[in-house]
Unconditional design. Structure first.
Length: 628
């Protein structure tokens, strides 16, 4: 019996071992089956995608932006190839070494490379991350020659960038491109954009981005284990953006910008009967191509530190006291209110006494007996001091607003300024102080609180020229698709009507014609002998400060202004010119307006283009300008 029990115990031990091993094997088998089921059933689609990604890559193809043309079909902005450095994360073996090599051998900023890399994290590893744009031809060649040895994971991409046919011409109007940032990427309207894409940052490029951008395409390509191209699997062609035909006339724009030379300021030329902007100049300009590439710190510093502020769009955002150009408004108000007529005269002795203050005329000796026409022709301050006193600031403001001043024009570009047309209520709300009658005298001659923009001045004189219609100044004539089909045409838009008696317009316009064409008129420098020009000079005071020698530092010098229209008999074009710290409107601003008008009429064949320099020299005496 004892031997039987021992025999049983000895045979049970192997059975337990076999059972344990069998259980372990079953468990392992079950786990393997479970994992296999998970991979084949649950994760099948994901793994298939990963498998495909190991051999397939998507290469985006940027869409060329639409061109920008002038009114006559001349190309202002087109496209040119540019090469960018992109990194394919799944092919980058050592990020730090690669970034070091790019920085060391290509002179790229390592901090910027890291920043661009970090922005691309979280996306598919086969998707390229653009870390540098606009590389040079030498950099491109070095990359291609050393890609396998030093730059594994680098891909070279070609993108079209902007080419500006006339350099810095109309830079503030056209605007520039820049790489899309994170804040912009978060906006719904940029949902289809990719990191590294370029978008309009200012001007036409920004405000018409949706039309100009187009739709990117791409190629799905098969590569081998070393990332070498094998074949294209699928391809989607990019859709070229639509093109814009602007209202700008390139020749008139060139004439405006060249006339400024190194002076700072702005000029706007506008079609009197449609509101189409023919020239939109802000000087000095800047090179928009630099902003699409790599703007050097030195170049940026030179722009920022330039006291003439080349990055500011002065035509749209510059706000200046209009000076004597505002006397047009005061004259219209006086005639409409029945306070003056063409025969009303005052005596100008060189100053006007009001209370305890003495308001001086620019002509220290005085103008003698002055009626409306002479007051406009010679820009007599005393005449308008007295008229302004009788009108009051609120009545002057009423007619200024009737002519479109003190409000944005809706040009279609960002950050347009509205200027300031003061009233008694405006001052109380802004400063908590009442309006003093003596302040009205300064307003009457375009000083004091009055501020206007160059685009407003051009629109105002255009309204006087056409006798009442306020057209919205606009910059785009039509949108066309890549095949040249017109998608949209922009018709003139009337945004107001200055209801003023025809007799009032007639008297004021005759005075403006005298400014340019009659003896002692302050605007003789704008005269064209083939076409009769009418206009008004202005000089707006910045400060009264002068140094011990009587000289004024540049930043404190008066601004020079001039507004004009032509032909006098049947107006077609109006011009507003502001020269920052140019001092005298007749001497500084009027000649620029004359050159702009000459270019316009040369383009129409009314004036023959000169062959020799002496053919365009002024021979008549140019009178001195008013100095308010």
């Amino acid at each position: 019996m004892k031997m039987d029990q021992r025999y049983i115990r000895e045979n049970a031990e192997p059975k337990r071992r076999i059972f344990g091993l069998s259980l372990a094997a079953a468990t392992m088998f079950f786990l393997l089956l479970t994992r296999l089921w998970y991979l084949q059933i649950i994760e099948s689609d994901n793994l298939l995608d990963q498998s495909e990604n190991n051999r397939l890559r998507f290469v985006p193809v940027a869409a060329p932006r639409g061109a920008i043309l002038d009114r006559n079909g001349k190309v202002l902005v087109s496209n040119t190839p540019s090469f960018s450095v992109a990194l394919i994360p799944q092919d980058v073996k050592d990020k730090e070494v690669l970034l070091d090599n790019l920085s060391r051998y290509l002179g790229l900023n390592r901090d910027e490379l890291v920043q661009k890399w970090d922005k691309g994290r979280g996306r598919a590893k086969y998707y390229p991350i653009i870390v540098a744009s606009g590389i040079s031809r030498d950099q491109l060649e070095f990359l291609e020659e050393n890609r396998m040895r030093l730059f594994a994971g680098v891909d070279i991409q070609m993108k079209p960038i902007r080419a500006y046919a006339n350099g810095i011409l109309a830079a503030h109007l056209l605007g520039y491109l820049g790489e899309i940032n994170e804040q912009e990427m978060a906006k719904e309207r940029f949902s289809e954009y990719n990191l590294g894409d370029y978008i309009g940052k200012s001007g036409i490029e920004r405000n018409w981005e949706a039309d100009l951008h187009g739709a990117d395409g791409g190629r799905e390509v098969e590569v081998d284990a070393r990332g070498r191209f094998l074949r294209t699997v699928t391809e989607t062609s990019p859709t070229i953006g639509n093109s814009l035909v602007l209202t700008i006339d390139t020749d008139v724009q060139k004439a405006a910008e060249e006339a400024f030379g190194d002076k700072a300021g702005a000029a706007v030329a506008i079609d009197v009967n449609s509101g189409e902007i023919l020239a939109f100049a802000s000087n000095p300009g800047f090179d928009p191509a630099l902003f699409s590439g790599r703007l050097s710190p030195e170049q940026w510093k030179s722009y920022v530190e330039d006291k003439r502020h080349p990055l500011e769009n002065k035509a749209l955002k510059g706000q200046y006291p209009p000076g004597s150009t505002f006397k047009i408004v005061t004259a219209i108000a006086g005639l409409e209110e029945g306070l003056i007529d063409e025969h009303t005269a005052v005596n100008c002795s060189g100053s006007y006494k009001f209370g305890n203050s003495t308001f001086k005329c620019w002509e220290k000796k005085g103008h003698g007996r002055v009626d409306l026409k002479k007051a406009l022709r010679q820009s007599c301050d005393v005449y308008f001091y007295q008229l302004g006193e009788r009108l009051g600031v609120d009545k002057i403001a009423q007619y200024a607003r009737k002519l479109g001043l003190g409000q944005t024009m809706g040009v279609g570009l960002d950050n347009e300024k509205s200027g300031v047309i003061p009233t008694s209520d405006w001052k109380f709300k802004k400063y908590g102080k009442k309006w003093y009658r003596g302040e009205t005298l300064s307003v009457a001659i375009g000083q004091g609180y009055v501020l206007t923009t160059p685009i407003q001045l051009a629109s105002m004189i255009a309204t006087v020229a056409n006798e009442g219609a306020i057209y919205r100044p606009h910059l785009v004539k039509r949108i066309i698709d890549p095949d040249g089909k017109v998608l949209k045409e922009f018709a003139p838009e009337t945004i107001g009507t200055a209801v003023i008696k025809p007799s009032t317009y007639k008297l004021v316009k005759e005075g403006l014609a005298a400014v340019v064409n009659e003896p002692h008129g302050t605007g003789g420098a704008a005269r064209l002998y083939e076409v009769k020009v009418a206009g008004k000079t202005g000089t707006s005071q910045v400060v009264k400060l002068r140094d011990s020698r009587g000289d004024v530092p540049y930043q404190f010098r008066d601004h020079a202004l001039f507004v004009a229209f032509a032909p006098f008999e049947k107006p077609e074009v109006a011009v507003g010119v502001v020269i920052e710290h140019g001092e005298h409107g007749g001497a500084a601003a009027a000649p620029i307006a004359g050159r702009i008008l000459r270019a316009y009429f040369e383009g129409k064949g009314v004036i023959k283009k000169p062959v020799k320099k002496e053919d365009v020299e002024q021979t008549d005496e140019i009178p001195a300008e008013d100095e308010e």
